[in-house]
Write a protein that binds this ligand. Sequence first.
Ligand code: C5J
Length: 230
Amino acid sequence: MAGADDSKTIQIAAEPEPVSVAPGRTALVIIDMQRDFLEPGGFGAALGNDVSLLKAAVAPCQAVLAAARAAGMLVIHTREGHRADLSDAPPLKVERGDERLRIGAPGPMGRILIRGEAGHDIVAELYPAAGEPVIDKPGKGAFYQTDLELMLRNRRIDNLIVCGVTTEVCVNTTVREANDRGFRCIVLADCCASYFPEFHEAGLKMIKAQGGIFGSVASSQSFLSALARA
Ligand code: C5J
């Protein structure tokens, strides 16, 4: 597909204020919409969470993904997970919680949070299209020990539309990493979710506080309307 035109800008209604971005200089980044987090039997559920809370973000993400693809925007997916031998997993992370439910333990969808296992894969509704980069990350932030920054710089991307789970963990960590590297983040609130609704709300507030200290927060509809007007 041809890339988006980077000479035109769209204006997205957002908080703390509207943001103008060129679609050709903007990537949609969908964080960790993996079966291990969203479906029963995965890592999220193993930690005792109600995974159904994350499902609400799937339909808005689908609409945003379709629109970004139609506009020719770069779409990047991330997955949190580890090598089968756990050599890239800090022992501190692996040893957390009940040992039968830890990273690498056998679960209903294969070994929990291990690359290549069914649970590690992205949910069917948001499955990457051929050619869309998938970043396998060992940490919470998508920039940590990955080639995401290199990929964005090579494509002259300045702005990230951020969706995914969970709002206060991998979404927030990635947005903070991106902000420190000079990328403008626009987080789509209804395309993110948390096992803890109050953390979702707080995570969004932290991003847009103090004049947008880490980025901006918008709705999926604001983004879709901005693209439709273009
Ligand atoms: C967590 C994530 N919550 N993707 N991972 O462990 O937010």
